[in-house]
Design a binder for this molecule. Sequence first.
Ligand SMILES: [Ca+2]
Length: 392
Amino acid sequence: MPPDLAEHTLAAVFNRAGYETMRTCKRGNSYEAANAKFSIRNDASKRGGTPETGSAWHADQVLNYLEKREAGKGGDEDPSPFLIYFGFSHPHDVRDGTPELLEKYGAVNHTDPNVLPPANAKQPALPKNYLPAHPFHHGHPNLRDEVAVKGVWKKRDERTIRNELGRQFACVENIDIQIGRVLQKLQAMGELENTYIFYTADHGMAIGRHGLQGKQNLYEHTWRVPFIAKGPGIEPGSRAAGNIYLLDVLATLCDLAEIEAPKTNEGISFRPVLEGRRETIREVLYGVYSGGTKPGMRCVKRGDWKLIKYDVLDGEVRQTQLFNLAENPHEYLEEHHAPGVIALTSATPRKEQRNLAVDPRYAEQRRELEQLLLQEQRRLDDPYRLWDQKKD
Ligand SMILES: [Ca+2]
């Protein structure tokens, strides 16, 4: 890692290119030296259910900033362009929604671990790939997200999960509302059509899918991130099926702004995808979770095929999963075929919608992906090898 790494991060790069950089987000769990590079910074953790304690506070920081820019206009010179990092503290738990949005989703800010939250028909349905428990241990004992999140704790019953999903929906809808306020402001300033907007997140949350609750897994619900873009040259409503990493965002923003990407950049610009000139920039995606027992989880995806491997708890758990995501987008397992689970989810998986790793008809796909996984581990200097891989 170069000693001057912070000089090659988003805000530093755009500062040097003459941009004003502004940031609001939650505190903690990120690269402080990079955050400190923003010229204007208003960070705080706001996970409450009121405008002052919740997501509206982050939008207010952006709106205040835009209003000050507007008020400062009027000189001869064009004002400098801006780059805004508009982050939220929600939907990270504790998912305390506003009263109106909780009411919309039939949820309550549940605080008593000894009772279940009330059932309510307005709550979101159980996820299609809900399970009451994951079939094997995820490999990270006492993991906060799986055992200690207020409102859920270790419970995975229908009432707990549906209430928690209602809280999640309430928090996410509030983010939508707050982004709407900022978009309206940009429109009123005449800047909306002239601004690129990327909406994304660092991961999804399981909240009952596969019997999990947190973000420490490599199933699609958690490994995938939302990515929505708006701006000049991007066809509204269009979609691209290809793969990106979040690390491609810096390269892309530099490309769009016609700034040279920093020397530490490992991303690939997906500007050609945004402009409809290409469908994808990456054929293969590689995933790691190594936050618990080692080596942890690894996955690789190419086309419709995805392989996940688990090597955790000192050899106690050694599992391989193979999915065809076109055929089995929810990554249904054997356990999703149980009548008791189907009765809860009303989702009946088709016979072939299961883990295909042990099915001899797919031995070739498995072999190819196992090879690809090892290649990616080598290419990316993964210091670990799994139980069934060559040590090199
Ligand atoms: Ca996170």
